[in-house]
Each structure stands twice: as structure tokens, then as C-alpha cells.
Design a protein around this ligand. Structure first.
Ligand code: CAA
Ligand code: FAD
Length: 379
């Protein structure tokens, strides 16, 4: 057991921390106006965060999952919307392209995505297929040289601003989940339209859209992997994605804690700082313990993946715990701020709203428990 970060990991964490300070000034306004942080996504591309785990030969930074988690945690402490843009792009699009894409697919799609020149989105969910992800209604008919894609995807992060979409679709209804494929769809393909932006509770400056496909011709060479690999591709992708969302949730919790701790030392009631009241001290103690536990689970899941070991259960455990901690302790951070926590200027109400989604996307908390229980019972 060794709990110290390497010098390289510390440098990455510090670089992300320094960059994240730039996000702070406009975060409240971007949230209020649901404004996508274009200039910061560009900057994150320049800093290497938009291709952090992609090998350098494909334009990435060539770093490991732990480095990715450290960067996401720092970004999410300040701006959880920016964090999910990075997470969906890296975990859900770049990872699968790098792992299973052909050389042609990598040159054409992975390289511009990894350098941050282009943005990616992952489209699995549908109006009637969220938790029950294999119940796909989007159909891709095999027409020889191409697939004819028809259907609707729901809730797609980066949906409006992405250039490249990984779209999961049923190619053979009779084969159930073994008749599902993943297709690379470019923005601008005829028949592909983007629905209106969702007006959300939290992560408001990340954009979430439905995607509509009407007789979209997708070249056969845009399928990733063998015929019928799409559902397993999605499940494997989500195993890694859940580590990213765990890091986002951890960052949200830690960001709210930092604010609450600092505030508790300056706000005075009954002649002393509120941090001198035991009721507040106990809240801070619980935050410290549970956030550290979430951090250890998240780093361990990243480490397990980096060791080449199976990591589905570890990822689900980290995501489940970190998201529950984020929700619980952002509520406490608002409480510690009293009335000031309820207004926008103090940032904690935004973090509380942002926390909720981490219990829902990339598998709800109920689905994480289902994944963990299946693994326990199978072992
Ligand atoms: N890795 C590899 N293969 C896997 C797998 C994994 N982690 N999980 C399942 N499979 C395989 C199984 O082995 C099985 O294959 P075989 O038939 O060959 O044995 C096949 O997939 C079907 O498995 P299940 O019977 O377990 O599938 P299921 O229908 O019961 O569903 C589930 C399992 C875990 C509930 C899955 O549907 C699921 O993860 N649901 C949640 C969906 C989700 O997380 N969506 C997130 C969308 S992206 C997003 O949200 C992004 C964002 O916010 C930014
Ligand atoms: P449902 O599946 O209808 O679930 C409703 C409730 O029932 C939940 O509480 C759930 O936990 C519970 N439930 C369902 N099944 C079970 C069961 N077997 N046991 C116990 N409880 C169960 N998807 C993408 O593909 N790509 C994206 O980029 C993306 N980004 C998103 C961004 C946002 C802001 C949001 C809101 C969603 C996003 N999603 C994305 C979709 C997200 O993954 C789904 O919303 C999520 O998986 C839940 O699906 P659902 O909304 O259909 O809920």
C-alpha cells in the first residue's frame, strides 16, 4: 500500500487546480444563462485535458486514469459543468475509439478529438431506454455499404456542440442485445438533427440535447468493432465513464467542503466563529471523513483500471459512494452558509444543484447497486 501521489500526478493535479481558478469568475453567470464554456473547452484542449488518456501518437497526453481523475476532481471543485464536458468526451468517446477503433477511424476521428479540435458525444439513452439500456428503439438497417439510421436519442451531453457522435443502435431486432452496434456519426450527415437544449436543474452550462435521426446514411466503415459488439462496447465504456463521474462527484463534494470550511471560520454568531460550535464541527468532521472515503474509492477504481485488472465493480462503488456524498454534503455546505448559502454569490447552491445529476447519469444509484450486487453474487 502506498498512498502518496507521484511527482507527475501532483504536477497534473496542480496544473488542473491552477486552470480551474480561471473557471471561477464566470461560473455563476454561465450557470444562470446556461452558457457553454467554449473558450475554456478550447483552453482545456491546449492543456491536454481533452485527450488526457489517449496515446501521444494519436494527439493525446498519454497519461493514465489516475491523472484523468485528479484533473477532473480539480475542475469539478470549481465548475461541474466543465467537468462533465471533459468526462463525456474522454471517457465515453475517446476511450472506446482508442480501444476498439480501426487505424483509419483513429486517424480520422480520434486525432482531432484528442487534440481538442473537435468535441465528442455518446448517445446510448433514449426516451424509453435509460436504465434498461439494451431496450434500444433506434434502428440501423444494414443496407450493404451503409446503415440506414432512424430513431431518437435523449439527454445527450455535448449534444449541441459536438462534432462526432458515437450512436448505439439496434441492427438486428431478433438478436436482442447481441444485435446492437455502435456507429460513428458526424454532425452534418443528412437527416441528422439536434433537438432543443434541455433546461436543467444543474450542470446548466453543459448542453444536453435529444438527437433525431431520419434515414441517416452511416457508412459501414463507421461501425466500431465486430457486428453485434455495440452493447458490450457501451457497457465497457460505461465502466470507465463511471470513474470519471465519481471524480466529478468527488470534486463537487470537495469544492463545497472547501467553501463551507472557509466560511465557518469567518462567520460569527453568539460572539464566536460558527466553526467553534460543536454542531458545525461535527458536520465538518463528517464531510472530511466521507469525502476522503469517496476519494480513496475513486482513486482505487482508477488505479485498478490502470493495472489492467477488472474494474467494473470498483467503478460502480466509487460512482455510487461519491455521488451520494456529493449530494449529502453539498446540502450540508448550504446549511453551514445559512441564508448566504441559498443565494448564488456563494457558489454552494450551484454545487448542490450540480450534485444531483451524479446520482442519475451513467447509471442511477439503483443501477450501480445492481451492478455491484451482480458482481458480488457472481464471485
Ligand atoms: N462489460 C462487458 N460486458 C458486459 C458488462 C460490462 N460491464 N455488463 C454487461 N455485459 C454483457 C453481459 O455479459 C451480457 O453479455 P452475454 O449475453 O454475452 O453474457 C450482456 O452484456 C447483457 O448483460 P446483462 O444481461 O447484464 O444486461 P441488462 O440488460 O441486465 O443490463 C445494466 C445491465 C447494468 C442494467 C445496463 O443496462 C446498464 O448499465 N444500465 C444503465 C445505463 C447507463 O448507465 N446509461 C448511461 C448513459 S451515458 C450517460 O449517462 C453519460 C453522461 O451522463 C455524461
Ligand atoms: P429510468 O431508467 O426510467 O429510471 C427511473 C427510476 O427507476 C430511477 O430512479 C431508476 O434508478 C429506477 N430504476 C430503473 N430500473 C430499475 C431497476 N432495475 N431496479 C431498481 N430501480 C430501477 N445518456 C447518454 O446516453 N448519453 C449522455 O451523454 C447522457 N447525458 C445525460 C445528461 C443529463 C443531464 C441527464 C439528465 C441524462 C443523461 N443521460 C445520457 C441519460 C442518463 O444516463 C439516464 O437518464 C439514466 O441512465 C437514467 O435513465 P432514465 O432517465 O430513463 O430513468
Amino acid at each position: 500500500m502506498y498512498f502518496e501521489l507521484s511527482e507527475e500526478h501532483k504536477m497534473i493535479r496542480d496544473a488542473a487546480r491552477e486552470f480551474a481558478q480561471e473557471l471561477k469568475a464566470g461560473a455563476i453567470q454561465r450557470d444562470e444563462e446556461a452558457k457553454f464554456p467554449f473558450e475554456f473547452v478550447k483552453k482545456m484542449g491546449e492543456l491536454g485535458f481533452m485527450g488526457i488518456m489517449v496515446p501521444q501518437e494519436y494527439g493525446g497526453a498519454g497519461l493514465d486514469t489516475l491523472a484523468y481523475v485528479l484533473a477532473l476532481e480539480e475542475i469539478a471543485k470549481i465548475d461541474a459543468s466543465a467537468a462533465v464536458i471533459v468526462s463525456a468526451h474522454n471517457s465515453l468517446v475517446l476511450w472506446g475509439l482508442n480501444e476498439y477503433g480501426t487505424e483509419e477511424q483513429k486517424q480520422k476521428y480520434l486525432v482531432p478529438l484528442a487534440t481538442g479540435e473537435k468535441l465528442g458525444a455518446f448517445a446510448l439513452s433514449e426516451p424509453e431506454a435509460g436504465s434498461d439500456a439494451s431496450s434500444q428503439h433506434t434502428i440501423a438497417e444494414d443496407q450493404g455499404d451503409y446503415y440506414l439510421l432512424n430513431g431518437t436519442k435523449n439527454w445527450i451531453t455535448n449534444g449541441g456542440n459536438a462534432d462526432i457522435y458515437l450512436v448505439i443502435a439496434q441492427t438486428d431486432v431478433g438478436k436482442g442485445h447481441k444485435g446492437i452496434n455502435v456507429l460513428i456519426v458526424e454532425k452534418g450527415y443528412t437527416g441528422f438533427t439536434i433537438g432543443p437544449k434541455e433546461n436543467k436543474l444543474g450542470i446548466r452550462s453543459s448542453d444536453t440535447h435529444s438527437l433525431l435521426f431520419s434515414d441517416v446514411k452511416v457508412p459501414k466503415e463507421n461501425r466500431i468493432g465486430d457486428d453485434g459488439f455495440g452493447f458490450k462496447f457501451a457497457m465497457k465504456t460505461l465502466d470507465g465513464g463511471r470513474i470519471g463521474i465519481a471524480a466529478q462527484a468527488l470534486g463537487i463534494a470537495a469544492g463545497a467542503y472547501d467553501l463551507a470550511l472557509a466560511y465557518s471560520k469567518t462567520r460569527k454568531t453568539f460572539g464566536k466563529p460558527i466553526s467553534d460550535h460543536q454542531a458545525i464541527q461535527f458536520k465538518l468532521a463528517d464531510m472530511e471523513v466521507e469525502i476522503e472515503a469517496a476519494r480513496l474509492l475513486t482513486y482505487k477504481a482508477a488505479w485498478t483500471k490502470d493495472q489492467g485488472l477488472p474494474y467494473g465493480k470498483e467503478a460502480a462503488m466509487a460512482k455510487l459512494h461519491a455521488s451520494e456524498v456529493a449530494m449529502k454534503h453539498t446540502i450540508e455546505a448550504v446549511q453551514i452558509h445559512g441564508g448566504y448559502g441559498y443565494v448564488k454569490e456563494y457558489h454552494v447552491e450551484r454545487l448542490m444543484r450540480d450534485a444531483k445529476i451524479t446520482q442519475i447519469y451513467e447509471g442511477t444509484s439503483e443501477i450501480q447497486r445492481l451492478v455491484i450486487a451482480r458482481e458480488i453474487l457472481r464471485a
